[in-house]
Design a protein around this ligand. Structure first.
Ligand code: SPQ
Length: 428
């Protein structure tokens, strides 16, 4: 589906409530499914990825009712999960694939996991290899690296695993498998990745130990259902934050944004570039920090983004690249090779599509270099089926002269189903 976006002439103004966090919504459903007792979720993200998680766990025999942002999960512990008759289709969701494999690795039955054409290209050996080491039987294309994957779990043993990549999906997968394995499972990573799994497992009554880049759980722990309130997704808010910073005469307030420090790299970048950003009403919900953010247009300067901050803003790099096209001077993004294994190779897709609009940007082996400030010109661009590329291009349309036509814009529903409605509501 093509979506056209016109240059915004009178600025973006107003207040919106950012929809639920995708990472936290997935985890609420999965942990509710393996917990004992009922879990109720409020603020759930009804995006396609999280609906895939619900559908997979329903196929595993768990009773789950979802109505917009409310979900009720009738957990019966691990014993409540049964061998599915059907394949488990994860759609476009890497989080569903990798976290669910961690749970399936401990269950004594057979499952087949498939996804869409993007999932079929994403590397799974980063989780299937350690899960095999723990004792799960896994096969699939490319020796178990690519979907479709078949898995027969059960009888797993704890592992001491040193991950080569800073990935919350890898860390969460191994910790989930560790919960039902004999002994203590320890995962370490090169930089700290998002810690929603650790925080939410504690809310479900699990003892999780964390020390710097190392996290561990003791096997044999049971989860107890409860009430989870999901904050707004800072990765979705990022598109509106960038719009507010670069569209002339804008001032917008985003309510209920999750500001977990493992996710707030975008805030640090905006502040370092000179954005006019106010953080208010800071509070904590279910052990997750939340705040309201107000951003207004300002002049920006280029910076270097590398090292420890990368996992804290990995999903925001496409829209940060757009932001950098409007900053004076050079912005260098390094240490971000992980972008190559997302829904698309996001180094290639963001560079190729911003070039079509007239940006001065070049790809590097581990990131990109952007030279600002450039005037962007409307053109036809593609999302390549990647929600974050689609939204980046739509925000570019707000400042480009003429019209930006975003092809395959339906991908945006993966994480931000009401993106265009909210963007429209900010225009006078
Ligand atoms: O779920 P999926 O498809 O992997 O989604 C993405 C996204 O842009 O929405 C990545 F493509 O987010 C990941 C994120 O990049 C969600 C996530 C999580 O919920 O644990 C962790 C990050 O991935 P990783 O591989 O670094 O662990």
């Amino acid at each position: 589906m093509d979506q056209t976006v016109q240059k915004v002439t009178n600025g973006l103004q107003g207040t919106i409530t950012i929809p639920g966090d995708k990472s936290i919504s997935h985890r609420a459903v999965m942990f509710g499914a393996i917990a004992n007792g009922t879990t109720t979720v409020e603020g759930f993200l009804p995006g396609e990825d999280c609906l895939s998680t619900i559908s997979c766990f329903q196929k595993l025999g768990v009773s789950i009712q979802q109505n917009d942002d409310k979900v009720t999960i009738e957990g019966k512990g691990y014993a409540g999960l049964k061998e599915p008759v059907d394949i488990l289709d994860v759609g476009n969701s890497g989080t569903t694939t990798r976290l669910m494999l961690g749970i399936l690795a401990t269950l004594p039955f057979h499952c087949v996991v498939i996804g869409d054409s993007s999932i079929a290209k994403r590397p799974m050996s980063r989780v299937t290899n350690p899960l095999r080491e723990m004792g799960a039987k896994i096969d699939g294309r490319d020796n178990g690296n690519l979907t479709p994957l078949s898995i027969r779990g059960g009888g797993t043993k704890a592992i001491q695993f040193e991950s080569k990549v800073a990935s919350a999906q890898v860390k969460s997968c191994i910790l989930l498998a560790g919960l039902q394995s004999e002994g203590e499972t320890v995962v370490s990573e090169p930089h700290v990745s998002r810690d929603h799994t650790e925080r939410m497992l504690r809310a479900f009554g699990v003892d999780v130990k964390q020390n710097g880049r190392t996290t561990s759980v003791q096997g044999g722990q049971q989860l107890t259902g409860g009430h989870i309130v999901v904050p707004g997704d800072i990765s979705s808010a990022a598109f509106m934050l960038v719009a507010g910073a670069i569209v002339p005469n804008s001032s917008i307030t985003l309510l209920n944004v999750g500001v977990n420090p493992t996710r707030t790299g975008i805030i640090d970048v905006l502040q370092q570039m000179g954005a006019n950003l106010v953080i208010e009403n800071e509070r904590t919900i279910n052990d997750e920090p939340v705040a309201d953010l107000t951003i207004s247009t300002s002049s920006l300067k280029g910076i270097e983004i590398s090292g420890d901050i990368i996992p804290r803003l990995i999903d925001e790099i496409p829209v940060i690249a757009l932001l950098a096209t409007q900053a004076e001077g050079k912005t260098v993004i390094k240490d971000a090779e992980e972008l190559k294994v997302k829904e698309t190779n996001r180094i290639d897709t963001v560079v190729s599509e911003l070039l079509k609009l007239g940006a001065s940007i070049e790809a590097t082996d581990d990131g990109m270099i952007i030279y600002g400030k450039s005037d962007l010109t409307g053109s036809t661009v593609k999302s390549y089926g990647d929600h974050r590329i689609g939204m980046t291009m739509a925000i570019a349309g707000c400042i480009a002269t003429g019209t930006v036509t975003v092809q395959e814009s339906e991908a945006i529903a993966v994480s931000y189903p009401n993106f265009f409605t909210q963007l429209q509501s900010l225009q006078k």
